[in-house]
Design a binder for this molecule. Sequence first.
Ligand code: EPZ
Length: 429
Amino acid sequence: MEKIVINGGVPLRGEVQIGGAKNAVLALLSATILAKDTCRIQNIPNISDVSIMLHILHQLGADVRRLGADTVEINTKYFNSGVVPHELTKHFRASYYLLGALFGRFGHARVAMPGGCDFGVRPIDQHIRGFEMLGASVAFEENAVIALQSEQPMGNLIYLDVVSVGATINIILAAARARGVTIIENAAKEPHVVDLANFLNSMGADVRGAGTDVIKIHGVKELHGCEYATIPDQIEAGTFMTAAAATGGRVLVRGVIPKHMESISNKLIECGAEVLEFDDSILVAAPKRLQRCKIKTMPHPGFPTDMQPQFGALLSAAEGTSILSEGIFDNRFRYMDQLVRMGAQIKVDGKVAVLEGVPFLKGAQVKAYDLRAGAAMVIAGLMAQGTTEVESIEYIDRGYEDIVAKLQGLGADIRRRETYARGEQEIAG
Ligand code: EPZ
């Protein structure tokens, strides 16, 4: 089992390159099912969620070619629409995009329920209702398989009861080749929704209004292949910006879209950091100790829920009392008990956490409960006095490419360790 070992207290300094957006790429890879010739996608991060999605596409008959470090060519011409079993879908949440893409291409789909980070109940009722509104009959079969069946998706007006990134993306995938027009009201506006719309339009689709809360999709008969480069990862960038500020460092985060980072940049400024925006990079410089702030996570363009744990780590040692409200998920504060092990003083009441800033955190053995909580533990270890060991780091590898090597490049005293029953061995980067 691998863990990450950090000797904290070192301010991060230098430059770091941000990779492609995990939550955009997983949608784009699913969208290749809708075309019958080759899609070439660049700026793909080398993370385990992407590897699993490519494996699933290959298992379903796609021709998948990795070209260099961050480019993939996919041809789904010879593609079977068999059942996508639980042993494949359970590894991550985005496997449910296969429902929308398979239904959009074949008029039917059978995909087992997704996995993904445990934040309490994560219903998919909005996805199901969207498919039904597009004419699908929906059955729940054994082994957690969801089956969609119809002649062909038919355009319709769909009002989402909840602003859902996944449901918005899944309905766009299902509607892109539907007969007629589909309008999604109360749609999610995240950058990865816009990236999917741009990708589909480069394949010959007609998706308008992405990035607003009303998206109109004129169904088209066929889609063709394309060449495309996905957007940078807003959350990876935000994680490194937060780590820079939390360690009192000075870091230039390269290859970002500053507009996507606004809510995060503004909160770092409110906490006392200096944030300078350039065309495709952002400089973060921070004093030794930051100030308190109040945050409520909201759908884009609000403060992203995927940045909540990272700020939990940062605020646990900021001056004063901070308040973190989780506006999206039922239970996304589990990681707080790991910060308390490091000396943080935190009270959680439902979806609100109150953090009394302590002068410094103390190194400890901690666990990554999920992807972003794992990133928060790494940030806490970088901030802390002494040594921190983070276990269950497979969660972190789901969404961060080479996080240890990138942090080493910023001067952090951090390394991976393989732990065996009888001892430990260091692993490069
Ligand atoms: C996506 O999850 C992301 N995952 C999550 O990122 C992210 O936290 C989330 O959007 C919010 O931004 C991927 O893109 C693969 P939602 P998703 O549907 O689509 C409720 C990460 O770390 N809801 O926008 O599952 C839901 O319970 C991951 O990269 C329903 O009630 O999130 C939640 O309270 C973690 N019914 C809210 O909506 C539904 O049918 C928002 O969820 C769907 C969702």
